[in-house]
Design a protein around this ligand. Sequence first.
Ligand code: NAP
Length: 446
Amino acid sequence: MPISVAIIGAGPAGFYTAEALLSQGVDARIDMIERLPSPYGLIRAGVAPDHQSTKRVAHRFAETASRDSVAFFGNVEVGREVSFEELQGLYDAVVLAVGAPRDRALGIPGEHLPGVYGSAGFVGWYNGHPDFRELGPRLDSRAAVVIGNGNVALDVARVLVKTPPEMVESDIADYAAQAIHAAPLTDVYILGRRGPGEARFTSAELRELGRLADCAPVVDPADLPAEADAGERGGISPATGEIDREKRIRDKNIAILRSFTALSKDTSRKRVHFCFHAAPIEIVGHDRAEGLRYERTRVAQGRVIRTGVFGAIACGLVVAAIGYRATRIPGLPFDADRGLIPNDDGRVAPGVYAVGWAKRGPTGIIGSNRPDGIVCARQIDADLAGTSEGRPGRAGLERLLGQRRVRSISFAEWQRLDSAEVAAGGGVAPRRKFTSLAEMLAALRG
Ligand code: NAP
C-alpha cells in the first residue's frame, strides 16, 4: 500500500521533495498543501520579476504536480482550514516546506515608522503577493535606503531604479510598476554593516548594477582593499588545495566594485550608492521615516566593531533586506534564535520532516533546496516504506475540506489561471499576475 505524504508548502523545497519521492521510486501518494491559491512559493513571489530565467524551473515543478500520484491543494492554510495535528492523523508523513516568510527584526528605534518595510513585504508587494498588494509603500521621496548586503538588497535596489523599458519583460505587478515609475526616487543607498569583503552578494547580481540604462553605481574607492591585498588574502581550502568558493566570490565582487569606481561620472538620472561599514542605529522621523542614522564600523576577525563615528542619510523609504525567519507551527518546537524548526538533518519528529529554509534557515539559491528534497525522500523511504497503516491521506483531507466548505484550488484550476496570466502578458510580459483570491476565483468562474 502506498504511503501518504502531505507536503506543507508548494514552493521550491516542497516541489523538490515531491520530485525526489517520485524519482527515487518511493511508493507514495503526495499531497501538496499550499496556503496561497497559486503554487511555486518564492519562484512566484520572491525571485525578482526581472529575473525570469530563474523562474523557468516552474515548468519542471508543473510536470511533477501533473503526475497521477501528486495532488495540489491551493488556498488551504494549515492552522486555518486544517490543523497540523489533523494532518498528522491523516498522513503517514508530513513534510514542512514552509519556508521563512517573516522578516528578521532590525531591533532599532524607528523601525515601525511608516515608510519602513521589511523585504518580505516589499518584495511581496512588487511581486503581486496577495498578502502584500495593499502595502502601499511610501515612494514619495528622492532617496531610499536598503539595509543589508545580500542579494535581496540588490534585487530591491535594482527594481527601484530600472526604467520602464527595462521592466517590460518582467512580471512585476502592474500597480507596483506604476508606483515605482511615477516616484521621484533618484538615489538608493545600499547599507552594509560590514565591508565589501563580507558582503553576501553573488557576482552576477552585483555586476547587473553596472549595466543599467539610467542608473550608475557609486562606490567610494576608500572602502575597497588595496589591489595587492585583494589577491593575497588566504582562502586556500585545506581539503582540496583550491582557492575556496567564498574567496573567489569575494575577490570577484571586489573587482566588480572596483570597476564601478572607474565608471566616469555619467549623466544617469539615478544612482545606487554602496555604503559599507555603516551599521543602522535609528530610523528618524516624526510620523514617518525621514532619515536613517548609522554608526561607522570596522571589521576585525570577521566581527563588526563600532567606531563611535556617526552619519545620516535623509530618506523617506527604508527597506530592511536583512534575512528571514520561519514561523512557529503550533505543536512543534521552534528555534526562535535561528528562526527555524529544530531538526536532525531534516527529521523533526517521527513522521515529520523539514526541508528548505524551514530546515536550514534562509540561505542559498532556489537549487539549494534540491539536496534537501533528496535527503528527505530517502528518510521517508527508510523510515516508512512498507509501513503504511492505511491512514486516509488524500481521501481524508478531501472529506475534511468538503465538510468545512473550503474552496481549495486544484492544479488543473491553477493551470487555467496560469494560462490566463500568460495570455494577459500580451506576448511581451511573461505574464500579468492575479494578485488576489477574488480575482482568481472570478477568472475561474469566467
Ligand atoms: P543574506 O544573503 O543573508 O543577507 C542579509 C544581509 O543583511 C547581510 O549582509 C547581513 O549582514 C545583513 N544584516 C543582517 N542583520 C542586519 C542588521 N541587524 N543590520 C544590518 N544588516 C544586517 O539574505 P538575503 O539577501 O535576504 O538573501 C537570502 C538568501 O536568498 C541568500 O542566500 C541569497 O543569496 C538568496 N537570494 C539569491 C538571489 C539570486 O541568486 N539572484 C536573489 C535573492 C536572494 P551580516 O553579513 O553582517 O550579517
